[in-house]
Ligand binder design. Structure first.
Ligand code: ADP
Ligand code: MG
Length: 578
């Protein structure tokens, strides 16, 4: 075939496919236009997942009658004049493509009246061609009705998902913009049913609670931070809400990010959010977060993706670390802060007043002797003398043990199941980290010498890791071929029997880059109480009391869940009394 320049309408349809992939992308473009037009209220309606009808009405500035035809031409925009403007965009749109693209693949009717015009205008297009237009009386603002989307692009139509999925996508778009623009009142009606409404009163908390539901929102904390940007007199501000570590999902779909008011998908940035939870949530689970990131417009290039869903940062690492720091900081403060008490209370811990500052009753003022009796505390170190650290869990009353693996406890909202191994791993890890931070003498001589026989490979790893192990408090001496004796152990685990677990530590160290943190986690894992070990009531109480004050009590350093909570409501539901 010879080369030809494609006719305008073919070009339009090809371009349409880029900007309008699915009904939800049309909804997104129309909402962005309404926002750019300064609307304070935006109504979205759809029928049959947007295939049959999408209608977006706004009370924004409207389009002047004389410009209405132009608005549907490709590359026709009122938002951009020259290339330089791309550097400094304050509008969501700039390509002048959306209306043309949407109209090219549907039957579109627009009714609009510019606020300075006495009369409105109605224009109908069929597959991009103007059908008719006429003056019409209308309030200031714009209504765009898109019918039979993709009617003339059967291939695209075939690839649409079930109505249900498209409805969900539309809902996600509307709720996202409602969260990014709390000052705008949004409504969403699908198949004649109202699905969502925001007040437009400007309260982000209100909107987020409306989107995620109050029960979830109560388990989210406010993020509010601004950090100075390097190399410029500017700031990167991050604000919004993020979930406490006990509220997660198995996918990233609840991490909602906006950059300068633009909903974006950025894997690296959502990874930054997830990283802020490191050590607090299980790997493969993801938090809930709504983060509005603002930075100077010339720090972001928004012109990199057809649907504008991706942006390019001038200095990505700076933005990622600002986001990660903002979330991490808020999580740590929530853990330590007394406000957390309010949070727990808000989350349903209402029947008991919890004093978050005093140690929990079983140990407060208890003499060491009273507490220790004759019980063999095995590998669980004592905590009675430890200064009261801030409480991160409510007071839990130990009831017993199941399967020599899980501790059953009662708390203010219901039943708690604690994985003894994962929990103890977390406790030891944090105790060791604390000692390292405090610079206290880490090595404690062991009274009954333990020897360990190593495989030749482990023997080599031991040689490689001698330095880091001694940093942690190990003193190990050769005691024969491939045999070693422990002279001293990290004080936190001084009473542990490590001979069996030691090769496991070496395995870990040979896999990772042998940083102190990894090494500490490996030691904690090796020294922790094992599943299958029967614990006395006192041992369990000690363990639980220590967990109650771990800064990150919900997961072990290796990411295993330490704690499951069954609320009274859940129990009632199970017993069909809800
Ligand atoms: P862009 O938003 O990139 O400019 P669009 O094709 O989405 O391109 O819109 C073309 C133009 O039509 C806009 O620049 C704007 O002037 C006008 N327009 C579109 N929708 C609206 C609306 N809801 N209210 C007011 N003006 C609008
Ligand atoms: Mg637009």
């Amino acid at each position: 075939m010879a080369i030809i320049v494609l006719p305008e309408e073919v070009i339009a349809r090809i371009a349409a496919g880029e900007a309008v992939e699915r009904p939800a992308s049309a909804v997104k473009e129309l909402i962005e236009n309404a926002i750019d037009a300064g609307a304070s209220s935006v109504h979205v309606e759809s029928m049959a997942g947007g295939r049959q009808l999408i209608r977006v009405s706004d009370n924004g500035a409207g389009i002047p009658g004389l410009e209405i035809e132009l608005a549907f031409k490709r590359h026709a925009t009122s938002k951009l004049r020259a290339t330089e403007d791309l550097e400094d965009l304050s509008t969501l749109g700039f390509r002048g493509e959306a209306l043309a693209s949407i109209a090219a693949v549907s039957q579109t009717t627009i009714i609009t009246r510019h606020r300075d015009d006495p009369m409105g205008i109605s224009l109908r297009l069929n597959g991009g061609q103007i059908d008719h237009q006429r003056p019409i009386g209308a309030p200031a603002g714009t209504v765009v009705a898109v019918e039979n989307l993709f009617f003339n692009t059967p291939a695209r139509l075939k690839f649409l998902k079930a109505d249900r999925t498209e409805k969900r996508n539309i809902q996600a778009v509307v709720t996202r913009y409602a969260m990014a623009y709390p000052h705008i009142a949004f409504t969403l009606k699908q198949d004649q049913r109202e699905q969502f409404r925001s007040s437009g009163r400007g309260d982000l908390a209100d909107v987020v609670a409306g989107v995620f539901g109050h029960a979830h929102f109560k388990r989210m904390i406010a993020i509010e931070s601004s950090s100075p940007a390097r190399l410029a007199r500017a700031t990167i501000a991050v604000r919004g809400y993020a979930s406490l570590p006990d509220l997660t999902r198995s996918d990233r779909s609840r991490i909602v990010l906006f950059v300068n008011g633009r909903a974006i998908q950025d894997n690296a940035l959502s990874h930054a959010v997830t990283q802020a939870y490191e050590g607090m949530i299980k790997s493969g689970t993801f938090p809930f977060a709504v983060l509005l990131i603002s930075l100077p417009t010339d720090f972001v290039d928004v012109n990199v993706h057809p649907t504008k869903a991706q942006v390019r940062f001038r200095d990505p690492s700076q933005v990622f670390s600002a986001v990660q720091r903002a979330v991490r900081q808020a999580l740590l403060e929530a853990d330590l802060d007394e406000d957390n008490a309010d949070h727990w209370r808000a989350a349903g811990f209402t029947n008991e007043t919890i004093d978050y500052r005093t140690p929990s009753p079983p140990f407060a003022g208890t003499a060491k002797e009273d507490f220790f009796h004759d019980a063999d505390l095995g590998t669980i170190p004592e905590a009675a003398d430890a200064p009261a650290k801030p409480r991160t869990l409510p007071i839990l009353r130990v009831i017993g043990q199941i399967g020599a693996m899980y501790i059953v406890a009662e708390g203010p909202v219901g039943l708690y199941l604690i994985d003894q191994n994962a929990a103890h791993e977390r406790i030891l890890y944090e105790q060791m980290c604390e000692e390292q931070r405090a610079g206290s003498p880490l090595a404690e001589p062991v009274s009954d010498s333990q020897t360990v026989l190593l495989s030749p490979e482990h023997d080599i790893v031991l040689g490689d890791c001698a330095e880091i192990l001694s940093e942690l408090g190990f003193e190990i001496e050769p005691f024969g071929p491939h045999t070693y004796v422990f002279r001293a152990l990290p004080s936190v685990i001084a009473s542990a029997r490590l001979a069996d677990g030691f090769p496991g530590i070496l395995d870990q160290l040979s896999r990772t880059d042998k940083g102190t943190e990894e090494a500490t986690a490996a030691v904690a894992a090796a020294a922790a109480v094992k599943s299958g070990q029967i614990l006395s009531l006192e041992e369990m109480q000690t363990l639980v009391a220590q967990l109650e004050r771990c800064p990150s009590p919900f997961a072990s350093p290796s990411g295993n869940t330490t704690l499951i909570r069954l609320t009274r409501e859940q129990l009632a539901l199970e017993f069909r009394r809800a």
